[in-house]
Design a protein around this ligand. Structure first.
Ligand SMILES: Cc1cc2nc3c(=O)[nH]c(=O)nc-3n(C[C@H](O)[C@H](O)[C@H](O)COP(=O)(O)OP(=O)(O)OC[C@H]3O[C@@H](n4cnc5c(N)ncnc54)[C@H](O)[C@@H]3O)c2cc1C
Length: 447
C-alpha cells in the first residue's frame, strides 16, 4: 500500500495525541512520529512526574496532622528511593497508556524524528538513522517547548532545569529555586514538605504574578509557614557550581544577597521549540513566542497546522489537547469545538492549590462573590487550612473564578463548566450540591 497519509503528526505530546486520536476516529489514515517518550513533556517531564512527587510530599505532611484526629503514628520517615520509584512507575503507566490509546484508535505510530520538507512531505528518521520520505495530505507540528534559559547561566551537575531535576535520585539537603511561577512554586512545595531547606527567588515583587493577588498572598503565607525563604524583587546575577555546592549571588533592593545550597533549580519559564531553519525553508510564519496559527490552528501554509506549546501562549497540557482537537476537526471537516482561550482553566499544584478560570480582574462592572473554606464543614472535618473561592460576575453572568485551598484543582472543574457555558445567576440557582461536600463552598455564589 502506498504510504500516503491523510495526516502526519510530529510530536507525541498531549497536542499530537489528541489530534491523532480524533482524526483516526474520523476514519483518516494517521501517522504520529515521536522521538522520545509517548505523552511528551506532560507525561515524561512535566505534569505527571511532578504530581506523583507532590502526592508523596502531601501524604507525608498530612500524616503529621493525624494526631488531631486521634491517630498516632510513630516513626514517620521518608525513603526517597521509593518516592522516585513511584514517580517512575506513574510515568511508565501514563506513557504506555498514551501509546495504547493511539493503537486502539488505529493510529500508526513511529519512534524517531520527523522533519517537514514540503507542505505535503515529512522526512522520517528512525533511531538507527534510516530515513524515508512520507507523503501527507496534512501535517501537524506538535513539537512542544523547552526550558527558557537565562543569559550567561549555564547548566551543570548542580544547576538544573526541571528536566534534570526530575532525574535526580538523591534528596538534597538544600535547594535554591529561581523563579516564583507555577513550576518553581510546585517544586518548592514538594521539597519543603520533605524537609529540604528551600529558597525561592523571584525577580518581580510577588510570586505567581498571573494569579489573583489575594490568592497568591495566602499561598505565600502558607509556603513561608512551611519554611520556604521567599525572596521577591531579587535579580539573579551569578551562579557558581564548586563541585560540591552552588553559590548564588543576587541583587535585592540594592543589597547583595549570597546563598549557598546543594542544588539550583532554574524555573524561569519555557519557550516554544522553534526549528527556525525548517520553518523559514517552508515559509511558515512565527514570532519568538510561537508559530502563528489561525482559529483552526492552521499556519499560513495551507495543510500545515501547529498545536500546543509550539504556538506559545498558555503552555498547558489541556490547552494543547484542545488545540489538537480543533486542528483534527478542521482536517476532518467535522469541527464542533468552540475553542476559547478565556475558558482554559489553570492550576498551581502547590499545597494549598490555586486554580482559576476566565476573567479574574476586578472592575467597576464586575461583582465579586467570595466564600471561605472556614465556613465549610467538610473543609473543617478534613482539617483543611485556609482557602477561599472568588467568583466574578458581569451583567449577572459568571465570567471567571479563582480558588485557593485544598482540592482547588477539582473544585475549579464545575466553575469551568459554568464559565464556559456563560451561566447566569438564575441558571446557577438550579444547581443542587450534595451535602456535606467541599463543593458547598459554592452555595453563596448561587444565592
Ligand atoms: C515541570 C512541568 C510541569 C508541568 N505541569 C503541568 C500541569 O500540571 N498541567 C498542565 O496542564 N501542564 C503542565 N506542564 C506543561 C505541559 O507539560 C505542556 O503544556 C504540554 O506537555 C504541551 O504539550 P505539547 O503537545 O504541545 O508538547 P509536548 O508535551 O512538549 O510534546 C512534544 C513532543 O514532541 C516531540 N518532538 C519534538 N520534536 C520532534 C521531532 N522533530 N520529531 C519527533 N518528535 C518530536 C518531543 O519529544 C515531545 O515528546 C508542565 C510542564 C513542566 C515542564
Amino acid at each position: 500500500m502506498a504510504e500516503q497519509y491523510d495526516l502526519v503528526i510530529i510530536g507525541g505530546g498531549p497536542g499530537g495525541l489528541a489530534a491523532a486520536e480524533l482524526a483516526a476516529k474520523n476514519k483518516k489514515r494517521v501517522l504520529i512520529i515521536e522521538k522520545d517518550g509517548w505523552g511528551g513533556t506532560c507525561t515524561n517531564r512535566g505534569c505527571i512526574p511532578t504530581k506523583a512527587l507532590l502526592t508523596c510530599s502531601k501524604y507525608y505532611t498530612a500524616l503529621k496532622k493525624l494526631k488531631r484526629l486521634g491517630i498516632n503514628i510513630a516513626d514517620i520517615s521518608i525513603d526517597f528511593a521509593d518516592i522516585k520509584k513511584h514517580q517512575q512507575q506513574i510515568v511508565k503507566v501514563a506513557a504506555l497508556g498514551a501509546h495504547k490509546t493511539l493503537i486502539d484508535a488505529q493510529v500508526e505510530t513511529k519512534q524517531g524524528t520527523g522533519e517537514i520538507i514540503s507542505s505535503q512531505e515529512v522526512l522520517y528518521r528512525d533511531q538507527q538513522g534510516n530515513s524515508k520520505i512520507i507523503p501527507a495530505n496534512n501535517i501537524i507540528i506538535a513539537w512542544g517547548s523547552q526550558p527558557q534559559m537565562l543569559p550567561e547561566i549555564n547548566l551543570s551537575e548542580r544547576i538544573l532545569t526541571s528536566d534534570g531535576l526530575l532525574n535526580l535520585n538523591i534528596l538534597p539537603a538544600s535547594i535554591i529555586i529561581i523563579g516564583g511561577s507555577v513550576i518553581g512554586v510546585e517544586f518548592a512545595t514538594f521539597f519543603a514538605e520533605l524537609g529540604v531547606k528551600v529558597t525561592l527567588v523571584e525577580l518581580l515583587d510577588r510570586i505567581l504574578p498571573y494569579e489573583d493577588q489575594e490568592a497568591a498572598d495566602l499561598l505565600r503565607q502558607e509556603l513561608t509557614r512551611l519554611g520556604i525563604a521567599i525572596h521577591t524583587s531579587t535579580k539573579l546575577e551569578r551562579l557558581n557550581d564548586t563541585g560540591s555546592v552552588v553559590t548564588m549571588q543576587a541583587q535585592q533592593n540594592n543589597n547583595k544577597l549570597e546563598i549557598t545550597a546543594d542544588f539550583i533549580l532554574l524555573c524561569t519559564g519555557r519557550k516554544p521549540l522553534l526549528d527556525t531553519a525548517q520553518l523559514d525553508k517552508l515559509g511558515i510564519e512565527y514570532t519568538k513566542t510561537g508559530i502563528k496559527v489561525d482559529q483552526n490552528m492552521m499556519t499560513n501554509v495551507a495543510g500545515i497546522y501547529a498545536v500546543g506549546d509550539v504556538t506559545g501562549g498558555l503552555m498547558l497540557a489541556h490547552r494543547a489537547t484542545e488545540q489538537g482537537k480543533v486542528a483534527a476537526g478542521h482536517i476532518c471537516e467535522s469541527n464542533t469545538i468552540v475553542y476559547n482561550e478565556n475558558f482554559i482553566p489553570s492550576v498551581v499544584y502547590s499545597h494549598p492549590q490555586i486554580a482559576r478560570v476566565g476573567l479574574i480582574q476586578k472592575s467597576a462592572e464586575v461583582q465579586v462573590i467570595k466564600s471561605n473554606y472556614s465556613a465549610n464543614i467538610m473543609a473543617r472535618t478534613e482539617l483543611m487550612g485556609q482557602g477561599f473561592v472568588k467568583a466574578f460576575f458581569q451583567n449577572d453572568k459568571i465570567i471567571g473564578a479563582t480558588i485557593v485551598g485544598d482540592d482547588a484543582s477539582e473544585l475549579i472543574v464545575s466553575l469551568s463548566l459554568a464559565v464556559s457555558a456563560e451561566l447566569t445567576k438564575k441558571q446557577l440557582r438550579s444547581w443542587i450540591i450534595p451535602h456535606p461536600t467541599l463543593s458547598e463552598i459554592f452555595a453563596p455564589l448561587i444565592g
